[in-house]
Design a protein around this ligand. Structure first.
Ligand code: TEU
Ligand code: CA
Length: 564
């Protein structure tokens, strides 16, 4: 077969286990209440002992922090809150010494409005930087079109001095870059090469599916006060052209891994971004499974995820990408509530068991696991009482929009935020039962979850029955296991609304995974004929496989077998 491009990339990312670090909340070493790079370096042994071999580092660049670093003012500078360039180099060197690769967050749909490109663009309509962004005249004193920002309000901000509006899909301090301008693409490719030349191992690409805007910027379908830009801007007309250009000019010349953040993506579209034959990205994040609990107000909902729908979604992705692309396996990230609170059961009696069950269910599928910091401890959502406890611009904006606008009461909105707010993931890592969970000697930038006395790394390291020790065993079992990496996927009992079970098969080996997603005993609809021996389970006492105990997970392995 003829190759259309020459790539230096190997496929190590298929054997990767990614640990996502949100640096601000990981470990503070200088008492300013903000996690820092030196804190990450101090905990590399912890990451290694967990069994992860890649760290995805959320943004550590210079930023005014309107959106906690997703508003970058200098792509090549380390934010002083996080440390210095020397600190970064030490982190990278120490990580590599342990066989841990580092993947950086690449946020290039937009910059900060304090980036030098934007200040130059704003200051002078004739500046070459003006066309780095998306400026339009208004329509009779109103914005150029009806688009609403994903963070609330219009997606357009009027600039008094120059008499035009600029586009910002996120906050008004996050102006969108104009990817149609080849100079913008050149700048982005330059900064990517610059980081790769420092030795970083790849990129997680923030909202990469938004970079190409539709021609003429037409109105979007009405969505409350504004129009919805999503169907127009997601997977826009030139996005694949841009990514192929990026791949040809940058990615294919380095041994790296790439993962795109692609909200609302379908499997068919995912294969366009990351099919093995595409020469674009290695994989993309799908949010089909995290958005199943959405309601009329989107993510601000009291709904739980329906197991039948969850099974259908995850199976669909397993089958659609098998041998053609590669899945990202994740329950949570810095934008999501805590995995055990959302998909499991965080009541004390069930928390640890259901956290282990969730890990078993997802991380034995085909794809690369992404474990968000604290998930391996079974950390839970936080009991935010008032909006003053929250820091996230999305929650704060939504609170004011929905509560001040009369759509929901303040109490109801706080319930939604406790269920779905992004700050749930951003409370400090719980290291010890000591002050501030051992995260800082000062005052943390966001409150520590009060359950740190029970849930913390120190206690879990000492307890062989902990969530942490279970994660270590699970990831050890997973490592270099061909049936997990390459096996096919067959679901059992698709009609069951309590059990999620499936098999994986490869080269005469079979793995069978049985998980009970409920707090009650669940009988198996039928007992599989042949199941081999137990290799992993989250109960210590044995029981016959005719039903599953509350939140039980049990994994069987058989050599040279046909069926489970
Ligand atoms: O998130 C994009 C995105 O889809 C989110 O805005 C999502 O709609 C929201 O978080 C759901 O609660 C990325 C980053 O992961 C996020 O942290 C940034 O705020 C955003 O881009 C802007 O850079
Ligand atoms: Ca600090």
């Amino acid at each position: 077969m003829q190759k259309t491009y020459i790539s230096r990339q190997s496929q190590w990312w298929k054997d990767a286990v990614v640990y996502q670090i949100y640096p601000r909340s990981f470990l503070d070493t200088n008492g300013d209440g903000i996690g820092d790079l030196n804190g990450i370096t101090l905990r590399l042994d912890y990451v290694q002992a967990l069994g992860a071999n890649v760290i995805w580092l959320c943004p550590v660049y210079a930023s005014p922090n309107d959106d906690n670093g997703y508003d970058i003012s200098d792509y090549r500078a380390i934010h002083p809150d996080f440390g210095t360039r020397a600190d970064f180099e030490r982190l990278l060197g120490e990580a590599h010494r342990r066989g841990i690769r580092i993947v950086m967050d690449l946020v290039v749909n937009h910059t900060s409005d304090e980036h030098a490109w934007f200040t130059a663009a704003r200051a002078d309509r004739n500046s070459p930087y003006r066309d780095y962004y998306i400026w339009r005249d208004g329509r009779n004193g109103t914005p150029p079109n009806n688009w609403g920002s994903w963070f609330g309000g219009s997606a357009w901000e009027y600039d008094e001095a120059s008499g035009q509006y600029y586009l910002h899909i996120f906050s008004k301090k996050q102006p969108d870059l104009n990817w149609e301008n080849p100079a913008v693409r050149g700048e982005v490719f330059d900064l990517m090469r610059w980081w790769l030349d420092q030795g970083v191992d790849g990129f997680r690409m923030d909202v990469i599916s938004l970079i190409s805007k539709p021609e003429g910027l037409p109105d979007g379908p009405p969505d409350g006060e504004f129009g919805d830009l999503s169907p127009l801007c997601l997977n826009g007309p030139r996005v694949h052209e841009y990514l192929r250009e990026m791949n040809a000019q940058v990615l294919s010349r380095y041994d790296n891994m790439t993962v795109g953040e692609t909200p609302n993506v379908t499997p068919a579209e995912a294969l366009r971004y990351a099919g093995f034959d595409r020469g674009e990205l290695n994989m993309v994040f799908s949010f089909d499974h995290t958005s199943l609990s959405d309601g009329p107000l989107g993510k601000w909902s009291g709904q739980k995820t329906d197991l039948g729908a969850l099974k259908a979604v995850l199976a669909n992705w397993q089958l659609a990408l098998h041998q053609r692309g590669w899945n990202c396996l994740f329950w949570s990230n810095h934008d999501q509530p805590r995995a055990v609170s959302k998909f499991g059961d965080d009541r004390p009696a069930f928390r640890a068991r259901s956290a282990k069950m969730l890990a078993t269910c997802l991380y034995l599928m085909q794809g690369t696991p992404y474990i968000f910091q604290g998930e391996e401890l079974g950390m839970t959502n936080a009991p935010f009482e008032t909006i003053a406890d929250c820091r996230d611009i999305e929650s704060v904006n939504a609170y004011h929009r929905l509560v001040d606008g009369g759509s929901v009461s303040g109490e109801q909105m706080m319930r939604y935020i406790r269920q779905a707010g992004r700050d749930n993931a951003r409370t400090p890592m719980q290291w010890t039962p000591g002050a501030q969970a051992g995260f800082t000697a000062g005052t943390p930038w966001i409150g520590v979850n009060p359950n740190y006395r029970q849930i913390n790394a120190e206690a879990e390291q000492a307890d062989s029955d902990s969530v942490l020790c279970y994660y270590r065993a699970l990831l050890r079992f997973r490592r270099n296991n061909p049936v997990i990496r390459d096996g096919d996927f067959v679901m059992f009992y698709p009609e069951s609304d309590s059990i999620f079970a499936y098999s994986r098969q490869f080269d005469g080996e079979t793995l069978c995974v049985f998980c009970n997603f409920t707090d009650a005993e669940a009988p198996l609809p039928y007992t599989p004929p042949r199941i081999g021996q137990i290799v992993l389970r989250n109960y210590s006492e044995d029981a016959p496989l005719c039903s599953l105990r509350p939140y039980e997970a049990v994994v069987y392995y058989a050599e040279e077998s046909g069926e489970c």
